[in-house]
Design a protein around this ligand. Structure first.
Ligand code: G3H
Ligand code: ZN
Length: 287
């Protein structure tokens, strides 16, 4: 069964590792993420953006799909189903329909409103044992139509947000959604450690996990990051493996055009990436 992410991230924070939160888009990706986590004996978070959930047929569909796969695949590691960058109404909908974790992203709202809505989501979510992530500052770049300015989070605001009782906090620390530009100056570890200093051991979330070099990932974990979001990299390896299969003409051999064959190389590439990131994040063997 699905579990809340509160306990797995608390353990990660204490154990100085991070849990990977991988975005899914369909059945194949969901299976790939579950397989990668199970083979690594690692806790995992499967997350859907609002757009990806809509694409898959809605939030209820996502809950049923992940729950049924956990059963049919015999998954034994802890799995949380999380709403990524949710609006207020969507967060409430997911809590009602069986997501075990939600992000309410009010980072584009005036701070007071972000805070008030966060409190409301926490109250409703915790009543059902669902964990909550909120965001302060802004993640740069664009993901599924969510565009961020990249503004660094203010530690004082982070403290106020942390005190609402949220389970984990996403803060803008120079991280960017999508691939990183040539002239990217890296994560702001100064901002990160200032945030960690005032948030009382609260697990911190690193968005924009694709393309951050290993040494920066490890340093971020050592400073309190306990959840790392990975989306774009999964899309890149999936697309590259699928393109290779088609360019080699494999789809033209025998029944190679059968979607179950056509999508297999990309799916396998996602499994491998998930396993590699789990090693990077240090959660291998923690389940
Ligand atoms: O919310 C999802 C992530 O922050 C993913 O970022 O696409 O850069 O890996 P990414
Ligand atoms: Zn994000």
């Amino acid at each position: 069964a699905l579990v809340s992410a509160a306990e797995m991230l608390k353990q990660a924070r204490e154990g100085k590792y991070a849990v990977g939160a991988f975005n899914t888009n369909n059945l194949e990706w969901t299976k790939a993420i579950l397989k990668g986590a199970e083979e690594s004996k690692s806790p995992v978070m499967i997350q859907t953006s609002m757009g990806a959930a809509k694409y898959m047929g809605g939030y209820q569909m996502c809950v049923h799909m992940v729950e049924d796969l956990i059963d049919s695949m015999g998954i034994t590691v802890p799995v949380a189903l999380h709403l990524d960058h949710g609006e207020y109404e969507d967060a409430l909908k997911c809590i009602e329909l069986g997501y075990t974790s939600v992000m309410f992203d009010g980072s584009h709202l005036p701070f007071e409103e972000n805070l008030e809505k966060a409190k409301e989501v926490v109250r409703i979510a915790h009543d059902k044992g669902v964990s909550v992530e909120c965001e302060v500052g802004s993640i740069g770049g664009e993901e599924d139509g969510i565009i961020g300015s990249g503004e660094l989070a203010d530690p004082a605001e982070c403290k106020q947000m942390s005190d609402t009782g949220i389970d984990f906090l996403a803060a803008g620390i120079g991280n960017i959604h999508g691939s990183y530009p040539e002239n990217w100056t890296g994560l702001s570890f100064e901002t990160l450690s200032n945030i960690a200093d005032v948030t009382d051991g609260k697990p911190l979330v690193l968005h924009g996990g694709s393309g951050i070099p290993l040494d920066q990932v490890q340093k971020a974990i050592s400073l309190g990051v306990s959840k790392i979001n990975v989306n774009t990299e999964c899309q890149e390896v999936f697309a590259a493996a699928t393109r290779k299969y088609i360019e080699e003409g494999k789809d033209l051999e025998g029944k190679g055009f059968d979607p179950r064959k056509l999508l297999a190389p990309g799916t396998d590439a996602v499994v491998e990436l998930v396993k590699e990131r789990i090693e990077w994040f240090g959660s291998k063997g923690k389940a």
